[in-house]
Design a protein around this ligand. Structure first.
Ligand code: SF4
Ligand code: ZN
Length: 359
């Protein structure tokens, strides 16, 4: 394993020096206060010689090409291919994590890649964007920022798949390079759920970060909510989340209710019953959200985008594929002319191996 400098990685930027000699990391809402020689909870930011070091700078543990719909993102650059990367470590401790081998690994491992090499890889795979995903990207935000700035030079866009448990400092850094974020709630952010199954005191910082992203950036935002059967499927919590999205982010903000699959330390749980997901979807519509989706249920009719005005299927999907695109040149409903809040449109170069564009 190659070491770039004497100390692994690169000095972080988001931190403060405290009078008690500790370092306070400000990349995520844990705000770890770290003594010399130790790391924060994520395991990949630590104090060396009275400085905070991002040990995984330039260490890529996973790289895949995925459709953007898999993030899930459905209202930004639909049909594009995304180069998804991650480092080790995470600021959450989700007991059901599907990527736990990466996220809960407290080791500094991965393939050495400079930001330019990340972008060159994305281009060589024909990707249109880079997603920082699989673990929480704010913990390696300085590396993501450098990749993202390099990506913009080449016309590649940047997406965070984030738990949103971030800070004003990280939102400010996001504004320099990020085009899109999908913020993943789990169990609708209900306190009992996030305490027990994620290991955070409450979801308040996520709601605050969404307001900061709204106020201080122009990042396209989508919301997901993983619905865990019995322990994370509270309809009142879902209503509270939907009301927040409606009031603070606006009725055009897409929301995705995702089906849970058992994994990691929660193998005894079943998959979320589809009726429960449909109830959550119903609440989003009652609250007034125009674009609500069910995810991880391929073939379900609530994967499609329906025109809010005439209920025509504006975009028909199957899983992560677009089956038909029924919007005009201005992304208005072909049936009634209502403007659908989708940025970009698929073209013949996008995802050409994954779907046939029907125009
Ligand atoms: S990014 Fe890591 S070190 Fe920094 S506050 Fe979050 S968990 Fe702690
Ligand atoms: Zn219409």
């Amino acid at each position: 394993m190659q070491q770039r400098n004497e100390v692994l990685g690169k000095e972080a930027e988001l931190y403060d020096k405290l009078p008690n000699g500790r370092i306070k990391c400000t990349a995520c809402a844990r705000l770890c206060e770290i003594p010399e020689g130790k790391t924060g909870l994520c395991g990949i930011r630590g104090v060396v010689n009275n400085r905070l070091q991002l040990f995984v700078y330039g260490k890529v543990i996973a790289g895949h090409i995925d459709p953007i719909e898999k993030k899930p993102v459905t209202h930004y650059r639909p049909g594009t291919d995304i180069f998804s990367i991650a480092t080790t470590g995470c600021n959450w401790l989700c007991k059901y994590c599907q990527n736990y081998d990466i996220s809960q690994r407290r080791k500094i491992q991965g393939v050495d890649m400079t930001p330019k090499e990340v972008v060159d890889s994305a281009i060589s795979y024909g990707a249109h964007g880079i997603a920082y995903t699989y673990n929480e990207p704010s913990i390696f935000i300085e590396f993501a920022r450098d990749c993202g700035i390099e990506a913009h030079k080449k016309g590649i866009f940047n997406i965070f798949v984030s738990n949103g448990y971030v800070t004003q400092e990280s939102v400010s850094m996001m504004s320099k390079f990020l085009d899109c974020i999908t913020v993943d709630f789990k169990g609708s952010g209900k306190q009992e759920f996030v305490r027990r199954y994620i290991g955070i005191p409450n979801a308040d910082p996520i709601f605050q970060s969404l307001k900061d992203i709204r106020d201080k950036t122009s990042i396209h935002t989508e919301i997901t909510d993983l619905i865990v059967p019995e322990v994370g499927d509270d309809l009142e919590a879902a209503r509270k989340l939907c009301k927040f999205v409606y009031d603070e982010l606006g009725p055009d903000t897409p929301i995705h209710f995702l089906r849970f699959h058992p994994d990691y330390k929660m193998m005894e749980f079943g998959m979320t019953p589809i009726e429960i997901l449909e109830k959550h979807h119903g609440i989003a519509k009652e609250v007034g959200l125009r674009y609500a989706y069910i995810g991880n249920v391929p073939g379900h009719p609530l994967e499609h985008t329906y025109c809010p005005a005439c209920k025509y299927i504006a975009v028909q999907r199957y899983g992560f594929s677009i089956e038909s695109w029924n919007l005009d040149a201005n992304n208005c409903c072909k049936n009634c002319g209502y403007p659908i809040s989708i940025i970009g449109k698929p073209n013949k170069q996008h995802g050409k191996n994954r779907f046939q564009l029907i125009q």
